[in-house]
Design a protein around this ligand. Structure first.
Ligand SMILES: Nc1ncnc2c1ncn2[C@@H]1O[C@H](COP(=O)(O)OP(=O)(O)OP(=O)(O)O)[C@@H](O)[C@H]1O
Length: 357
């Protein structure tokens, strides 16, 4: 995929009025017989109105569990701590709700889920029931969140299917999910997520299962809808090429923590964390297509009974014994809107490391 980076300011220093969701010190721990599994361990994120935050990292670093926490759908025996501050209502008449404090089966979170915050998954069959038609399922979401009128809901459903480029939407309304092709099912799921007019759309690896052409179409569709409706997007992927296409701001996650947080162009032109740099070395580019790709040495450790210090220590080419493996490494501010969790983050910056985030 070609790398096409937009100039943007980072979310890390976003003005308060622009912020629609703020995640503070989020921890999701699974209390298992073997011990405490720290899937997400002290994550801070800022989601701006009408912008996309990309969350990137290898498998197992806590991306999906973070998105489950935002919707309060973390399965048992997971616990959620910290703050997830959602701004609701219009400017001038808004209130902030801490989603962590809500009962995860209560009325309020159920109205937010699929209403103000909607999610699209890698596998659309997860979102659809196989025994109801696509139209009935999209209408159900609309009847729950937008109108009580059946014919109005049908009109909105058709309009939404059209807006996502669904061919022959009238016929598709009467079809079952398994009758659609992979790409069409993905579009139908996006339509279902968007039909309730969410303020925030969470997309968790939504194109991984699709072929390259359909993948590009779906990414373009999400970007167009974002421009048109002003929806904020949280885009989760392990693919830096997709991050470049989609993101305004980027959080790089490793072992349940954010290790680098900045705007997309700073990340692509000035990544500082050794893990982010390793991720860049592991993506194919036109220039390097004839060379062997470097994969990151080792695997992500299991997030249980971890040793002290930096989580990337065991795989890091820059690691120093007695320094990096002693205490937890904080997130340092290396420049305006650029935060890096590494003691050597200042190495390319003669001005030195700034304050902690
Ligand atoms: N329900 C669960 N019970 C116990 N552990 C879990 C559960 N869900 C996730 N984990 C663990 O939490 C860690 C983070 O998982 P998560 O699925 O968030 O990673 P990810 O970055 O989204 O990876 P992938 O790209 O493969 O989905 C992993 O070690 C995983 O095994």
């Amino acid at each position: 995929m070609s790398v096409n980076i937009k100039k943007q300011s980072a979310g890390a220093g976003a003005a308060n009025a622009d912020v629609i969701l703020e995640v503070k010190d989020l921890k999701v721990h699974f209390h298992l017989d073997e011990g405490k599994l720290k899937s997400v361990d002290g994550v801070n994120l800022t989601i701006r109105k009408g912008k996309t935050l990309g969350i990137v990292g290898e498998s197992g670093c806590g991306k999906s569990v973070t998105s489950q926490a935002l919707l309060r759908i973390v399965p048992h025996p997971g616990t959620v701590e910290g703050q997830i501050l959602l701004k609701r209502g219009n400017t001038g008449n808004s209130e902030t709700v801490d989603l962590v404090k809500l009962d995860d089966k209560g009325k309020e979170i159920r109205s937010i889920r699929g209403g103000e915050i909607a999610m699209i998954f890698q596998e659309p069959m997860k979102a659809f029931s196989p025994i109801h038609t696509v139209g009935d399922q999209i209408m159900e979401a609309i009847l729950l969140h937008r109108t009580k009128d059946d014919s109005e809901a049908r009109r909105i459903a058709l309009e939404t299917l059209q807006s996502v480029g669904m061919s022959n939407p009238v016929q598709r309304m009467n079809e079952f999910p398994h009758q659609l092709s992979g790409g069409m099912r993905q579009r139908a799921m996006i339509a279902m997520a968007l039909a309730s007019h969410p303020n925030i759309l969470i997309a968790d690896e939504p194109t991984t299962a699709l072929d390259v052409t359909v993948q590009a179409q779906v990414l373009q569709l999400i970007n167009e809808l974002k421009e048109k409706t002003g929806t904020s997007v949280i885009f989760i992927t392990h693919d830096l090429g997709v991050i470049a296409e989609m993101s305004d701001d980027v959080a790089v996650m490793y072992l349940g923590k954010v290790v680098e947080y900045t705007d997309v162009d700073t990340l692509f032109y000035g990544a500082r964390h050794p893990y982010t740099k390793a991720l860049f070395h592991s993506i194919p580019s036109v220039a390097s297509r004839n060379k062997r790709l470097e994969s990151i040495e080792g695997t992500v450790p299991f997030p249980m009974n971890l040793p002290e210090g930096c989580g990337f220590y065991s795989r890091c080419p820059r690691a120093e014994d007695g320094l990096c493996n002693v205490t937890e490494i904080p997130l340092f501010k290396v420049s305006e809107n650029h935060y890096v969790r590494c003691l050597f983050a200042e190495e390319q910056n003669p001005g030195g490391v700034g304050n902690e985030h």
